[in-house]
Design a protein around this ligand. Sequence first.
Ligand code: HEC
Ligand code: HEC
Ligand code: HEC
Ligand code: HEC
Ligand code: HEC
Ligand code: HEC
Length: 355
Amino acid sequence: MRHSAMFLGALFVVAISLGLPALAFHDDGVAHCNGCHTMHNSPDNPADSADGNSFLLKQSTSTDMCLTCHATRLGNSWGAALDAPGTLVGGGNFIFLTEDNLNDGHAGSLEENWIPGHQAGHSIISDDRTLAPDPVNEFGPGGSYPAENLTCTSCHDPHGQGAHFRLLYGDDFPTSKSNGYFFDYTAAAPDAVESGFGQETNANHTAFRAGMSEWCGACHGDYHNTDYPNTLKHPSGEVLGAIIAANYNKYEGSGDYTGLKGDAYLAMVPFEDPAAATDSTEGATGTTSKVMCLSCHRAHASSGPNSGRWDFNLTIWDDEGVESGSYIIPNPYDATAGGHQRSLCNKCHAKDPVL
Ligand code: HEC
Ligand code: HEC
Ligand code: HEC
Ligand code: HEC
Ligand code: HEC
Ligand code: HEC
């Protein structure tokens, strides 16, 4: 106790003297030390357990700590109905971890074919929400991060010390301590610009500039690949090339290849580009725009398997949510292709037939 109190004091002094961004990020005054910590588990600032919690936290896990404020706003939808989750933010909504079935593929409604909610994305652990570690993936696929320690603070630094995009960890302030598990990030925090907290749209979205695939790779290794085509896996962190950039820019939905570069950007299939801006609707270039992990995945969770930005098992959009009964991911090309819209892999590959 004495040691911890000294430690807290020391960090506080440093925080004040350097004007550290921890407070600037969470700067409403809400996230002062006492917002998350209690020194004495005293009645005016109690912990949720009579014996207190590790790290002198007010809640038993960091996920529970974060969700005291982030449960219903800023995108996690706790308390909302699963088929009406409210605002869909760029990071994706964790509530979909509680779905019973996500399978919109053929015969997906048969119980033996169910794809359970833990496959909606990162299975963060929480006591209050009874969220258990992922029952299938013991470690982050391709890496060594243990699923049993996965919480909000596996990825986000509660103290925001590096002043990074979305308080994410990076190799300059590398050590995350989620659930007491110490893990050092070997990649820099991604270079990206925040879009505020509203609904993600084509004209209001995270601007990804560089480094996202490498950052995910800190826990997933070369999961899909950075050595394309030698590994015979899909590239990430690689430039699109002229043909794919041209597909991206002309693609306006299945069978409609009449788009223009100036308004080609689709927030559901984002790419990285050093010139990206949060309000830009500009399409891709072959030489500077890159495919990356979040071109296909949400960082948190989605109502498609494997945290897909769209359902990878989908044939046509009319099938979305039908077999599974899960939330219907909105069709971005409803106006042009309607219910016959096919998988959004086509935004880059344009393999869908003219209607
Ligand atoms: C006491 C309430 C409160 C707690 C507890 C809290 N947050 Fe926040 N958080 C906020 C508010 C309010 C904002 C909106 C931005 C601001 O005002 O700083 C925010 C913003 C954020 C952002 C976006 C920052 C940005 O600049 O885009 C992230 C990421 C975040 N919080 C993560 C967390 C994590 C992880 C935890 C748990 C370790 C946590 N928060 C705990 C209130 C809280
Ligand atoms: C948004 C919530 C939040 C706020 C605000 C916060 N902390 Fe923490 N703190 C945590 C969490 C969660 C942990 C547990 C380790 C982890 O999950 O990263 C922690 C762990 C710690 C630790 C022990 C581990 C380490 O990193 O050294 C110290 C010391 C600490 N906090 C000090 C502070 C001080 C001082 C302040 C105020 C300047 C503060 N914290 C504000 C959430 C917060
Ligand atoms: C702190 C380590 C860590 C980071 C960083 C991380 N992951 Fe993970 N990821 C894990 C762990 C652990 C699992 C296994 C547990 C699970 O499946 O929920 C996992 C599982 C996944 C899954 C499978 C989910 C399922 O159950 O089907 C996907 C997809 C994924 N991660 C994508 C990403 C992407 C994309 C990024 C970058 C935005 C990323 N991860 C960053 C640790 C991490
Ligand atoms: C596997 C890593 C990972 C975990 C675990 C994780 N986050 Fe995030 N979070 C991210 C990334 C990456 C982004 C940026 C995504 C984007 O802009 O597309 C993000 C974005 C956010 C944002 C901004 C929301 C928005 O508008 O997009 C908030 C708030 C946030 N996270 C809070 C949390 C909270 C609270 C938890 C735990 C309940 C959590 N995160 C767990 C990686 C993670
Ligand atoms: C071109 C789209 C695309 C990109 C880019 C992409 N993924 Fe995937 N990912 C998928 C699809 C589709 C699946 C479903 C399984 C499959 O087809 O291999 C998947 C599955 C996964 C899984 C789940 C594996 C499991 O067994 O649960 C993880 C983890 C994952 N991806 C991580 C990443 C990471 C990390 C990156 C960036 C380095 C990334 N993905 C980039 C499309 C993509
Ligand atoms: C953001 C753009 C983007 C998206 C979205 C995307 N890809 Fe790709 N894909 C690429 C790039 C770039 C290459 C590398 C092409 C090259 O080097 O010629 C590639 C290569 C491929 C290849 C290998 C082609 C060959 O000639 O060897 C296949 C197959 C493929 N992608 C399938 C998919 C599938 C399936 C999806 C959806 C799950 C998908 N892609 C989504 C950009 C994308």
